[in-house]
Design a binder for this molecule. Structure first.
Ligand SMILES: Nc1ncnc2c1ncn2[C@@H]1O[C@H](COP(=O)(O)OP(=O)(O)OP(=O)(O)O)[C@@H](O)[C@H]1O
Length: 360
């Protein structure tokens, strides 16, 4: 099978397990984002794939070749570091040529590979400059250029945009999206930035607690989170999660909030486990301020221009986040009523497993 396969990859540092039997399959030319909280092992897994770190157990297979037993230079993989890691005393051209010279690529071929990469990245005018004479964004392109000239079948990008300011970050994100159409390789990008992962990736891999929590297309992760962790980690502000009781009803699950208010969800009742605790998950856009509904008290209003986020508390003190219009006149302490769009709500079982409405 072409592409990348990870089989049972585990790693501990000084007795602390960081990755526990991780399996993952990535297709050729797929763009994958690794997303997860700090310390969840994303960079460690990237470094294991690159050969900069050795796994305690497991296999890494790239294009039908086991690569975890090979040195970093023999893996057909190129890594772009967060710090760019350019050689300061070398020109851009020399930085890009360095790895190729070490691999004994003929001089004429090196020159043509560099010309091609420079054209793709629009850094032709910078080839004779030193890294110190470049802006952050330009350095970042050179670091990518140095990876591109190797024509790897897999690019590994460790938070490639994190050192750029907000405007440049957005622009470079667009460029990365265009670039991926021009390189014949798969890409794995570690990022902290959900928006980056959502825009660029074909599939997102969410890490937490030593394991992969979910691997799915961005909207699938958002609309059908596998568990409570993914549901609350992805999406900003975080999904509200409330303890509820299952109510009597038909094929769809109806639940009762702490104050007895009933919410009809779209989750087929047949999916739910029998008995055990249940929680209701609501995105802010599914909780609206209305004339009647579940009583609540405003804690804080965050005005975003086109809409306002309303942080409120219910009668039993639980926190809930909803939305109001951009011109909302609400203020903290106001007594309000909330309508809950239960049709789009999620339910979570006692072990955190997510249950969602039937697909349309
Ligand atoms: N060389 C090392 N020696 C000891 N502990 C390490 C080493 N490298 C990583 N760790 C630990 O392993 C855990 C996972 O680190 P890793 O850098 O993979 O996480 P991450 O998900 O990439 O985090 P971040 O998003 O902050 O970069 C952390 O607790 C880290 O402190």
């Amino acid at each position: 099978m072409p592409g990348l396969q990870l089989r049972g990859v585990s790693k501990a540092f000084k007795g602390t397990q960081v990755l526990d039997a991780v399996d993952l399959d990535i297709a050729p030319r797929e763009f994958i984002a690794f997303l997860g909280p700090s310390g969840s092992g994303k960079t460690t897994l990237l470094r294991i794939i690159a050969g900069l770190e050795t796994a305690d157990a497991g296999e890494v297979i790239l294009d039908e070749r086991r690569i975890d037993t090979l040195g970093p230079g023999e893996r057909d993989v190129a890594m772009v570091f967060q710090s760019y890691a350019l050689y300061p005393h070398m020109s851009v051209r020399e930085n890009m040529a360095f790895g190729l010279r070490n691999a004994s690529v003929p001089q004429a071929e090196i020159a043509s590979l560099i010309e091609d990469a420079a054209r793709v990245l629009e850094i032709e005018a910078l080839l004779d400059r030193k890294p110190a004479q470049l802006s952050g964004g330009q350095r970042q392109r050179v670091a990518i250029g140095r990876a591109i000239v190797k024509k790897p079948s897999l690019f590994l990008l460790d938070e490639p945009l994190s050192n750029l300011d907000a405007a440049l970050r957005l622009r470079t994100r667009v460029e990365l999206a265009q670039l991926r159409n021009r390189v014949d390789a798969a890409v794995i990008m570690v990022t902290h930035d959900q928006a980056e992962a959502m825009t660029l990736a074909d599939r997102i891999v969410v890490f937490n607690d030593r394991r992969i929590q979910q691997v799915a297309a961005p909207m699938e992760i958002y609309l059908r989170p596998a568990n409570r962790f993914v549901a609350q980690f992805v999406g900003s502000p975080a999904m509200t999660v409330l303890p509820v009781q299952l109510a009597d009803g038909g094929d769809k699950s109806a639940v009762l909030l702490g104050d007895g208010s009933r919410v009809e969800t779209g989750v087929p009742r047949s999916l739910l486990p029998h008995g055990g605790a249940l929680e209701l998950g609501l995105r802010p856009e599914h909780v609206r301020i209305a004339a009647t509904g579940v009583p609540a008290e405003v804690v804080l209003v965050e005005r975003l221009g086109d809409r306002s986020l309303v942080y409120a508390k219910l009668a039993d003190g639980s926190a809930i986040t909803g939305e109001d219009g951009g011109t909302s006149s609400l203020k903290s302490g106001d007594r309000i009523a909330l309508t809950i769009d239960g049709g789009s709500a999620h339910l979570f079982g006692a072990d955190g497993t997510g249950f969602h409405r039937a697909e349309a």
